[in-house]
Design a protein around this ligand. Sequence first.
Ligand code: KG4
Ligand code: ZN
Length: 371
Amino acid sequence: MAADEPLVLGIETSCDETGVGIVHGTTLLADAVASSVDTHARFGGVVPEIASRAHLEAMVPTIERALKTAGISAKDLDGIAVTAGPGLAGALLVGVSAAKAYAYALGKPLYGVNHLASHICVDQLEHGKLPEPTMALLVSGGHSSLLLSSDITSDVRPMGATIDDAAGEAFDKIARVLDLGFPGGPVIDRLAKEGDPKAIAFPRGLSGSRDPAYDFSFSGLKTAVARWIEAKRAAGEDVPVRDVAASFQEAVVDVLTRKAVRACKDEGVDHLMIGGGVAANSRLRALAQERCERAGIRLRVPRPGLCTDNGAMVAALGSEMVARNRPASDLELSADSSLPVTDPHVPGAHHHDHAHDHDHVHEVSKENLYS
Ligand code: KG4
Ligand code: ZN
C-alpha cells in the first residue's frame, strides 16, 4: 500500500442500509453499517419513509464509528464519496446531504457515484484491481443486470437487465408465499441445501432461442412457483418447502449463470464478477464457479458482507475516482433516483465533457418544462 494512495470515506443510503466505509487505495480500513431491515420486516418490504428516517438517525454515529475503526481523523481524508443514485429518492437525499455537509465543512472534494458501479468496484477491496474489461452480474433486491466495464470510473455498458422483477425480489416474494419472512434470500438459500433442486421443473425465463440473450425475467417463475404451492395447499397436501426452495433457487441461478457466461464468451471477456445481495447465495456461487471453470473464465465474487449494500463499495469507487483524477462533483450535487448505469459518477457542472453534451442539453430542456 503506497503512502500516496487516496484515503476516501464513502456513504451509502440508497435503500435500507446506512453504510459508511473508509478505504485507502484498495485497502478497506472500516466498513460500518446500520441496517433498518428489521423495522421493515413486518411490512414485507422496504418502506421508503422509514428508511429515510432511519438513515437520518444513523448517519452521524455511523460516520463516527467508521472514523474510529479506521483510526483516522476526518481531516486526513482525500475525498468524500456518496451514492448519488440510483435508489430511493428520500433515502439517497440523506446520504447526499450528509456528504455535502462533510465535504464543505472539511474542504474536501465530493464524489457523487453510481450505486451499481460501486457494487462492481468493491471487489477491488478483496481481489485487487479489476481486470479490464470485466463482465459484471449484479443481482440484488433492486437490480439484476449484466454490465461490461473497461474502466469502472468511466465506462459501464449495459448488456442486459431484468424486464420485470429483480432476482432478489423473486427470492423475497417466494419466501413470503412460503411464510418464511423477509428478506427471503438467506432463508431460501439455507432451506434449499436440504432440498432437491430437480424435484420440480420450474420455468427458466427468457431462455428460448428467440429471446433476448442477456435479459432476465423472473415474474413468470414467481407465478409458476406460487401456483404450484397453491395447488398443493388446495389439494390438502403438505408443501415440500425444502424442495420448492431448492427447485426455485436452481431455476434462478441456472439462468443467471448461463447468461453471464454466454455474455463473457460472446464478448471475449475472461473475467466475471458477481455482486449485489443475491451474490451471497451459495448455490449461485457454486454453479457460477463450475460454469466459469468449464469456459475458462476467472470468477471474482466478493465476500457476502461486501456484496450487500455497504459504504465500503462507495469508498472503493471514490478512491478509484481520485486515483484516476476524475473530476469531483460540485456542492450542488443532487440525488438522482434513476441515475443511468452508464454514469459511474456525477461530475460537477463546471466540468466540460464533450461526450455528454447531448445529455446536458436534454436535461436542461426537461427542467425548463417543469419549472
Ligand atoms: O444488495 P442488497 O443488500 O440490497 C439491494 O440493493 O437490493 O440485496 C438484498 C437482496 C434481498 O432481496 C435478499 O433476499 C437477497 O439480496 N439475498 C439473497 C441472499 N442474501 C441476500 N438472495 C439469495 N440468496 C442469499 N443468500
Ligand atoms: Zn445494491
